[in-house]
Design a protein around this ligand. Sequence first.
Ligand SMILES: O=P(O)(O)O[C@H]1O[C@H](CO)[C@@H](O)[C@H]1O
Ligand SMILES: O=c1cc[nH]c(=O)[nH]1
Length: 234
Amino acid sequence: MPTPHIEAQKGEIADKILLPGDPLRAKFIAENFLEDAVQFNSVRGMLGFTGTYKGERVSVMGTGMGIPSISIYANELITEYGVKKLIRVGTAGSLNADVHIRDLVIGQAAATTSAIVRNDFPQFDFPMLADFDLLDKAYHIAKDLGITTHVGNILSSDLFYSDIDQMKLGEFGVKAVEMEAAGLYYLGARHHVQTLGIMTISDSLVTGEATTSEERQLTFTDMMKVGLETLIAK
Ligand SMILES: O=P(O)(O)O[C@H]1O[C@H](CO)[C@@H](O)[C@H]1O
Ligand SMILES: O=c1cc[nH]c(=O)[nH]1
């Protein structure tokens, strides 16, 4: 049965999915990496596709920007369509001088300005963690491909334009800021499914550098490959 936000029938979505924020990035992945890709969603322009990658059935779908948006899609994918492995492939801003534009950052854990945890657990701090099996696989796949990859804490901010001193977290080793991973990890814990965030550094809050659109395209391709290889790794 279709959900309020996804028009696919049951069975049209694979149990493994890549989740870029940008629905056009989902289309790019389907067109450039998947064979026999079929579009399963266009509700609100949030494009989703299922095809095969190296013979394995996989899906890719946009999530929109921010934790409220990714939480809607991840919830429906997990609870209504039975998705078990969800990997975000996003962009992020570096908070750390050692983390350069075009590098990959794999979010081992995600701090957040969102109240998602405090709403449910007012008396606890609840660390939001990536699935270790996916994390381990992604790191080794990226390393074997020769891609500069950092693993560690990230910040999932509610605001792209923030007045908070996010750079302060860089002093505590937080690698980068983006806007969705903590929400995805929280739902992974809630529903006992595997989740991971792999981000490409598109800009640096430390140096002010930013990638060109051509460079971003090439680096995005590395991240997509690592995400897909991780999804199908045994
Ligand atoms: O490139 P995506 O995956 O959308 O990720 C990042 O880019 C958006 C902000 O420009 C936010 O969604 C942030 O998390
Ligand atoms: O959320 C994001 C994504 C990319 N760059 C940023 O500074 N923030």
